[in-house]
Design a binder for this molecule. Structure first.
Ligand SMILES: Nc1ncnc2c1ncn2[C@@H]1O[C@H](COP(=O)(O)OP(=O)(O)OP(=O)(O)O)[C@@H](O)[C@H]1O
Ligand SMILES: [Mg+2]
Ligand SMILES: [Zn+2]
Length: 348
C-alpha cells in the first residue's frame, strides 16, 4: 500500500549510504504539496552533487508517489579549528602503500562533488603533494600579516606542504621535535579559506608526527590505507590502534593496489592476495570504504601533477574515488552526530 508522503514517512526513509533513517539524521527540512506533486527539501551532511536524480527515484518509490526532491549539503562542524569544519587524516602504519595518492584523489573528489576542500601534507621529511598537485617548484604561498600562510590553490582545492616552504636543496632531515614543530606551524599558521574538509596526508609510521597531529588538532576521523599483503595489514592494525589510543575515530579502510585488471588476458588478478583490507576493517568494526586497482594510469597521472580524478573524471577509477570520498564524508557526519569517541574501535 502506498504511503502518503508526509514528512513522518520521509523521515523513516533510510539514507542510501548510511542506512540510518533521514529523520534520525535530522535531514528532512520541509515537505509540501504543490500542483499534485510532493516537494521535499532534504539536507545531508555529505556532499550531494550528482545524487539528486537517483535519490528522487528512491524516495518516490519508497513513498509510492512522485516527489520532487531538493538535496542540499551542509558539512557538520567538528569543534575546534578556525576555517576548517572537519579534519580527516589519511594514514597507515606502512610506507609506500599509496596514502598520498589516495589522499589527493579523495580531496579532489570531495571538491568535485560539491565540498570546499584543502589538503595538508604532513609529511615533513618527504612531502609529495606539491608534485602530485602540479604546483610549480619554487612557488611559495603568500604570507599575510607577516604571520599566516595563504594556501596555494591547485585544481580547485587549497594545498599546503613543507615542499612549498623550502627549496629542493634544503635538507629535510628534521629531528623528531623539529618535525613536530614544523607540522604545528603548518597547522596553526595556515589561513584555510572556510573548508568543509581538510584532508591531512600523513607520513608513514605511528610516531611523533601522528601523535602531534592528534594532540594539537581536532581530528574528526582517520582513514587507513593498506595494500592487501599481510605485512601491510599488520602495519594497518598498528595504525588503527594508535588512533584508538588517542580517541580518533576510524572512518574506514581503503584497500589500495587491491587487484590488477590485466590487459594481457583480460582477467582480474589479485596480486597481493585478496580481501585483506576488508578483513582488517571488519576486525575493528570499521568499513571498507573502497578498493582501488593497481593501475599504471594512477601513478602516471599523479606523477604528472594531475591525479586521476582530474585527468580522467569520466573514468571508472575517478568514480570510485568520488564514491569513496562521499562514503568517508557520510561516516564523518554520522560519527560527529553520535558524538561518542571512537565508536567503531574494538581492541583485541
Ligand atoms: N593504485 C595504484 N596503482 C598504481 N600505482 C600506485 C597506486 N597507488 C599508488 N601508486 C604509486 O605508488 C607509489 C607510492 O604511492 P604514494 O606516494 O601515494 O604512497 P605513500 O603511502 O604516500 O608513500 P609514503 O609512505 O612514502 O608517504 C607512487 O609512485 C604512486 O604513484
Ligand atoms: Mg606519502
Ligand atoms: Zn593476465
Amino acid at each position: 500500500m502506498a504511503q502518503s508522503p508526509e514528512s513522518s514517512s520521509l523521515e523513516s526513509f533510510r539514507d542510501p549510504i548510511l542506512g540510518d533513517a533521514w529523520g534520525e539524521l535530522g535531514a528532512v527540512r520541509r515537505t509540501a504539496r504543490r500542483d499534485g506533486k510532493w516537494l521535499a527539501d532534504v539536507r545531508l551532511g555529505y556532499p550531494v552533487a550528482g545524487l539528486e536524480a537517483e535519490y528522487a527515484r528512491a524516495v518516490s518509490e519508497w513513498l509510492g508517489a512522485e516527489v520532487e526532491l531538493t538535496l542540499a549539503f551542509e558539512a557538520p562542524r567538528a569543534k575546534g579549528m578556525d576555517g576548517v569544519k572537519n579534519l580527516i587524516t589519511v594514514a597507515s602504519g606502512k610506507g609506500g602503500v599509496g596514502k598520498s595518492t589516495t589522499a589527493v584523489n579523495l580531496a579532489l573528489a570531495l571538491d568535485r562533488i560539491g565540498a570546499r576542500v584543502g589538503i595538508l601534507d604532513a609529511d615533513i621529511h618527504g612531502p609529495s603533494q606539491g608534485i602530485m598537485l602540479g604546483v610549480a617548484e619554487g612557488r611559495r604561498p603568500e604570507v599575510r600579516d607577516e604571520r599566516t600562510f595563504v594556501p596555494i590553490k591547485a585544481h580547485g582545492i587549497e594545498a599546503m606542504s613543507m615542499s612549498m616552504l623550502v627549496t629542493e636543496r634544503t635538507p629535510m632531515a628534521w629531528r623528531g621535535p623539529m618535525a613536530s614543530g614544523a607540522l604545528q606551524q603548518l597547522l596553526k599558521q595556515t589561513a584555510w579559506g572556510g573548508l568543509d574538509y581538510l584532508i591531512v596526508d600523513m607520513p608513514p609510521g605511528t610516531g611523533d608526527i601522528q601523535l602531534t597531529l592528534s594532540q594539537s588538532a581536532p581530528v574528526a576521523g582517520a582513514v587507513i590505507v593498506t595494500t592487501p599483503q599481510d605485512i601491510a595489514l599488520a602495519d594497518a592494525r598498528k595504525g588503527i590502534e594508535m588512533f584508538a589510543k588517542v580517541n580518533v575515530p576510524i572512518l574506514g579502510v581503503v584497500e589500495n593496489m587491491s587487484y590488477f585488471d590485466c590487459d594481457g588476458c583480460g582477467k582480474r588478478h589479485h596480486i597481493f592476495a585478496a580481501g585483506g583490507g576488508g578483513r582488517v576493517a571488519e576486525e575493528y568494526g570499521a568499513e571498507l570504504l573502497g578498493a582501488f586497482p593497481l593501475a599504471p594510469a594512477i601513478r602516471e597521472q599523479t606523477d604528472a601533477g594531475r591525479p586521476t580524478v582530474v585527468s580522467d573524471p569520466d573514468g571508472e577509477i575517478a568514480a570510485l574515488y568520488r564514491d569513496t570520498a562521499r562514503r568517508m564524508a557520510a561516516l564523518a557526519w554520522r560519527t560527529l552526530q553520535r558524538a561518542a569517541p571512537a565508536p567503531t574501535i574494538r581492541m583485541e
